[in-house]
Ligand binder design. Structure first.
Ligand code: FEO
Ligand code: CA
Ligand code: CA
Ligand code: CA
Length: 604
C-alpha cells in the first residue's frame, strides 16, 4: 500500500435484483465512465451521434461491447500516464441502430458493425494516483483495430494450404479479428486477445467433421456480413478457408501504434476465451487458455525459447517471438474420489473435496505433432479434433484462466454447463461435479514443482457457485455459506497485489435473478473462500475486465451489453449517461445504453 495507504477495504454491497439499471459500488466509493461506445479516439470532430452513425466515424471511435480490459500504467505504480486497452467482442445491432429502411441502409449498418468490432487502445491521464482518469483524444498511441485490420499469421501453421484464400494466396495475412473476448497482458507488455465465437460470422459448407465440431454451418448468419463481403461466405469459391483464419490468439503491441498485429497458430485454434502468460521457473513461458464451449477443453502452451527479463529493446523484440514456437497441451483431470461419490448434486465426496491429479497431454511438442493421424498444421488448425483424439477432459465452459502472479496457482472459471448429464451427454465428474450446472465453478490448479511448464498437476475446486440461500450444492472452499455473497456464472478473473482473486460474472440475471457483478475472494488464511460482492453492473449487462489496483484504491471494469434485451425504440438501460427522461442529452451523451469502461475510486 503506497502513499494513498487506503487499500480496497469495503463492506460488501447487497445483491441487486436483475431489473435494476444501476452501477452500484460500496459505500465510500465513487464511479464514472472513462470511455464509452462511440467516444472519439483520434479527433474531437468524430462526435458520437447514433442517429447519423457511419462506418468511417465508427472506425475512429471506441467500439462496442468492451470485454477484455487493461490499464497499463506507464511510469509505475502511481503514474499519471496510462494506456487503456479494450476488446470489442461483438455488436447488438437491434439497440445500436434504428430499424433499417431498406437493404442499402441495412448494409451500411453491417459496415458500421464491422468497425465496432476489434480493439481500442487509448492514452489516459490523471492528476494523481487514486484519482479518476481522463482519456486523451488524438494521442500518439491511440489505435483502433477492426474487422478489416491486417494481421500476420505466425507459427507452424502460417502459410498452410488450409489458411490460403483467393485474397491471400500465401496464407499469411488475415483481415480483422472477431469475437475478441477475454485476454491478457504479457510480461513483455503486449496484449493477447482470444477470438471466441468466430463461427457465427461465417456461412460455411458445414459438411466436414471440423465444420461440425466448430459450429460452422450452411445457413445465413444473423449479421449477414456475407451479403457485403464474399469472404464471410465460405461456400464462395476461393474463400473456403476463411473461417480457418479466425479462432486464434492475437498479439498486439500497444507501445507501437503502427506495428502489424499477429495471430499465433502455435497456440491452436478453438473458441479462444483468452490467454494469460506466466514465466516458469526455467524461463520458458506458459500461456493458459480455455475453449468456452460446453464439454470443451483447457489448454496450455509452453514456449521453446526463454524469456529475456533484461528490459533492453532487443529483449522486447525477442520476447515478442516467444509465442511463435513451442508445445501445445490439453488438460486431462483425474478425480481421487470414487465415481459413485460424484452424485451430480454437488454434494462433497467423503474425502471432503472435489480434487485430484492431472496431466497436460501434448498435442504438439516444439512444432511436431504428437497426435497420430494429424500433421502439425492439422493439430493447430483443427485443435478440437486433435484434443478429442487424445481423450482430454470435457469441462463446463472454461472462460478466463489465469495464474496467480503471487503463487503461480492457476484459476479456471468454468462458467456453467446446463447440458451436463442430459441424455447422451457426459454426466458429473469430480472436476465438473454437477449435472445441469447452471451456476458454474472455479478450479484451482497447482502445477507440480510449482513450475508453469510442468506436465503434471494437482487440482481442487475452490468454489461451486450459486446462491447458498436457495441452493444446497454450493461450496466456498469450506467458508460458511451463510456469510458469503451469492455468485453465479464466473467469467473473468483477476488478482490484486495481496493475492486475492477477483471474479466478474456473466449470467446471474437468468440463474439467481440478480444483476451481474464483481466479487473478491481471499485465497489464503481464515477468509479463504469468503466471496464478497464489490460492485454490480446495470440491467442486462455482463461485468468484464476487471482490473484491480488495491494499492491505489481503484477498480476498473468493462460493462458489456447493457440493456441487451431492449431495442432502438424501447431501450431498457440508460447506462452510463442516465439522461433524465424528457430531457435533451448533453453534447456527446445519449439516452440509450452504451457499453463503457468504468473506473471506481475511493473517496472516504
Ligand atoms: Fe465471450 Fe466466453 O465469453
Ligand atoms: Ca476428492
Ligand atoms: Ca467471457
Ligand atoms: Ca461468458
Amino acid at each position: 500500500v503506497g502513499p494513498m495507504g487506503r487499500g480496497l477495504a469495503f463492506s460488501p454491497i447487497a445483491p441487486v435484483p436483475a431489473a435494476v439499471d444501476a452501477f452500484v459500488v460500496p459505500q465510500g466509493y465513487r464511479w464514472s465512465p472513462i470511455i464509452r461506445w462511440g467516444d472519439p479516439i483520434f479527433s474531437a470532430a468524430d462526435r458520437f451521434d447514433p442517429e447519423h452513425q457511419t462506418a468511417q466515424l465508427q472506425s475512429r471511435q471506441f467500439g462496442y461491447n468492451n470485454d477484455y480490459l487493461d490499464i497499463i500504467q506507464q511510469d509505475g505504480r502511481h503514474s499519471r500516464k496510462a494506456v487503456l486497452v479494450a476488446n470489442h467482442e461483438y455488436t447488438n445491432e437491434g439497440i445500436m441502430f434504428p430499424p433499417a429502411a431498406d437493404d442499402a441502409q441495412a448494409d451500411e449498418q453491417r459496415h458500421i458493425a464491422m468497425m465496432a468490432h476489434g480493439l481500442s487502445i487509448v492514452a489516459l491521464r490523471r492528476k494523481d494516483a487514486g484519482q479518476p482518469w481522463v482519456y486523451r483524444v488524438g494521442d500518439r498511441v491511440n489505435r483502433r483495430i477492426t474487422a478489416t485490420t491486417p494481421f500476420t499469421l505466425t507459427g507452424p501453421a502460417a502459410g498452410a494450404a488450409a489458411l490460403k484464400t483467393a485474397a491471400d494466396p500465401d496464407g499469411l495475412t488475415v483481415l480483422g479479428t472477431l469475437g475478441n473476448c477475454a485476454g491478457g497482458t504479457t510480461p513483455w507488455g503486449t496484449i493477447l486477445s482470444g477470438e471466441e465465437n468466430f463461427n457465427g460470422y461465417f456461412r460455411s459448407p458445414g459438411v466436414s467433421a471440423a465444420d461440425a465440431r466448430y459450429g460452422l454451418a450452411d445457413r445465413a448468419t444473423g449479421r449477414g456480413w456475407e451479403r457485403i463481403d464474399p469472404r464471410f461466405d465460405a461456400t464462395t469459391p476461393g474463400y473456403e478457408n476463411e473461417p480457418n483464419r479466425f479462432g486464434w490468439i492475437v498479439e498486439i503491441d500497444p507501445e507501437e501504434p503502427n506495428s502489424v498485429p499477429v495471430k499465433h497458430t502455435a497456440l491452436g485454434r478453438f473458441k479462444h476465451e483468452g490467454a494469460n502468460v506466466i514465466v516458469g521457473t526455467t524461463g520458458h513461458v506458459a500461456a493458459y487458455m480455455g475453449d468456452d464451449e460446453r464439454f470443451d477443453y483447457l489448454y496450455k502452451f509452453v514456449s521453446t525459447d526463454t524469456f529475456d527479463p533484461s528490459g533492453k529493446p532487443r529483449a522486447r523484440t525477442h520476447n515478442k517471438t516467444l509465442l511463435t514456437r513451442g508445445s501445445l497441451y490439453v488438460a486431462r483431470f483425474a478425480g481421487n474420489s470414487p465415481q459413485s461419490e460424484i452424485t451430480g448434486t454437488g454434494q462433497l465426496p467423503t474425502d471432503g473435496q472435489f480434487d485430484g491429479t492431472g496431466r497436460w497431454i501434448a498435442l504438439v511438442i516444439d512444432g511436431v505433432s504428437q497426435v497420430p493421424g494429424f500433421t502439425v498444421e492439422e493439430a493447430l488448425i483443427n485443435t478440437r479434433l486433435a484434443a478429442d483424439a487424445v481423450g482430454a477432459t470435457k469441462m463446463d465452459r472454461c472462460e478466463d484462466v489465469e495464474p496467480s502472479p503471487l503463487t503461480g496457482k492457476v484459476y479456471v472459471a468454468c462458467t456453467n454447463n446446463t447440458d451436463r448429464g442430459k441424455i447422451g451427454r457426459e454426466g458429473a465428474t469430480e472436476p465438473n461435479p454437477r449435472t445441469a450446472n447452471r451456476d458454474g465453478h472455479i478450479v484451482e490448479i497447482t502445477e507440480d514443482g510449482s513450475d508453469a511448464t510442468a506436465t503434471t498437476f494437482t487440482w481442487n475446486l475452490l468454489l461451486v457457485c450459486g446462491d447458498p440461500a436457495t441452493n444446497t450444492s454450493t461450496y466456498f472452499a469450506g467458508f460458511p455459506a451463510d456469510q458469503v455473497s451469492p455468485i453465479s456464472c464466473p467469467d473473468n478473473v483477476a488478482f490484486d497485489v495481496e493475492g486475492n482473486l477477483w471474479i466478474s460474472t456473466d449470467g446471474a440475471p437468468s440463474t439467481i435473478g440478480l444483476c451481474d457483478g464483481l466479487f473478491k475472494v481471499p485465497l489464503e488464511g481464515p477468509e479463504r473462500g469468503r466471496v464478497q460482492q464489490f460492485l454490480s453492473v446495470p440491467r442486462e449487462s455482463e461485468t468484464c475486465g476487471p482490473v484491480i489496483r488495491a494499492e491505489e484504491s481503484m477498480v476498473y471494469v468493462a460493462v458489456q451489453h447493457p440493456g441487451e434485451g431492449g431495442s432502438w425504440d424501447a431501450q431498457t438501460s440508460r447506462f452510463p449517461d442516465y439522461v433524465p427522461a424528457g430531457t435533451t442529452p448533453a453534447e456527446g451523451a445519449w439516452a440509450g445504453p452504451r457499453p463503457a469502461v468504468a473506473q471506481v475510486w475511493k473517496v472516504s
